[in-house]
Ligand binder design. Structure first.
Ligand SMILES: *Cc1c(COP(=O)(O)O)cnc(C)c1O
Length: 326
């Protein structure tokens, strides 16, 4: 294993920096999954994090790492999803300005949710690219600091604190299973886990419909994949053709990535709800989905990371009532 770009000590520093700003989420044993798999299966309930996902850890660490000038001028991002929510909340807690740029096509409920968290909303153009252009302008002309959703050292270190907590709770873990999209979460978690004990396996899970990291690993460099609608919408989007950090960290640190279908993701959401009594979004259910589908050669004890819960509740109801079909 080569020395990762973000290492265990960066993640330990992040943990001290964000302590008290995030929830220290619990890890619980799933008796049902343990019985089914024949090894102890633990669930890291990170979907219970404030703002509904782990993204608050990376955003809080990035905000806390700003210079005095950086804090005075504020932060900006183009995300309408969990990263936007997290950055809005983290900035408010720190008493600094956050601007979240989005296109005119973003639905009003998403806009008002991020506004409610305390961010200034800037609505421009008709696409994510237009929103990103406005972010670049605010950085160049008004001196705001852009906080990207994954390809950023302080963000990766913040996400890695989930890994430290998992090992504190399950010190004899043999395997950790984490969702992968842009790879900030998996890179940070893997750096934390392998930094403590390189023999623990770290397996990533993405959805079949648009697995950008897996396609990039197969190609040996970051590549574009077609974006498709998926239940795991928080895993959508590319890894960036100019990816600097997460691609190489994932390549060097992960022991494999498996893909799950839409039906399998739905089954994961149903299991989380009916058997674990937890509400998770599609991205948060991919680990359970992969286990239930028999896609991972499980070594126990295994810890499954449940990453988020921001699902449209009408959709969730349909899925758990069996009224949803791919
Ligand atoms: C962002 C996100 C992921 C994926 O994280 P990456 O760092 O982009 O790989 C997984 N689950 C949820 C709920 C997310 O919001």
């Amino acid at each position: 294993m080569t020395n990762p770009i973000v290492n265990l000590s960066d993640i330990q520093t992040a943990r001290e920096r964000i302590a008290g700003k995030i929830v220290r989420t619990p890890t619980v044993l799933s008796t049902g999954l343990s019985e089914r798999l024949g090894v102890p299966v633990h669930l890291k309930l990170e979907h219970r994090q404030t703002t509904g996902s782990f993204k608050l850890r990376g955003a809080s660490n990035a905000v806390a790492s700003l210079s005095a000038d950086g804090k005075r001028l504020g932060v900006v991002a183009a995300s309408t999803g969990n990263h936007g929510r997290a950055l809005a909340h983290a900035a408010k807690l720190e008493g600094i300005r956050a601007v979240i740029c989005m296109s005119r096509l973003v639905p009003e409920n998403k806009v008002s949710e991020i506004r409610r968290l305390g961010a200034d909303i800037c609505i421009v153009g008709k696409s994510q690219d237009d929103a990103q252009e406005e972010v670049d302008r605010l950085v160049a002309e008004e001196g705001l600091t852009m906080v990207p959703p994954f390809d950023h050292a302080a963000v990766i270190a913040g996400q890695g604190t989930v890994g430290l907590e998992m090992l504190d709770d399950v010190p004899d873990a043999a395997m950790v299973v984490t969702p992968v999209s842009g790879g900030g979460l998996a890179a940070g978690v893997a750096a934390a886990i392998k930094g403590r004990n390189p023999s623990i396996k770290v397996i990533g899970v993405s959805m079949e419909r648009g697995a950008a990291m897996q396609a990039s690993l197969a190609a040996g460099k970051p590549v574009l994949v077609e974006e498709m609608p998926t239940l795991a919408d928080s895993l959508g989007g590319g890894i960036g053709l100019e990816n600097r950090l997460t691609f190489s960290m994932i390549r060097d640190l992960l022991d494999g990535i498996v893909l799950v279908s839409e039906e399998e993701i739905a089954a994961g959401i149903v299991h989380a709800y009916a058997e674990e009594r937890e509400i998770v979004e599609g991205a948060g259910a991919v680990g359970i989905a992969a286990l239930l589908a028999g896609k991972i050669a499980v070594e126990g004890p295994v810890v499954i990371l449940m990453s988020g819960r921001n699902i449209d509740m009408a959709l969730h109801r349909k899925i758990v009532c069996g009224e949803w079909a791919a």
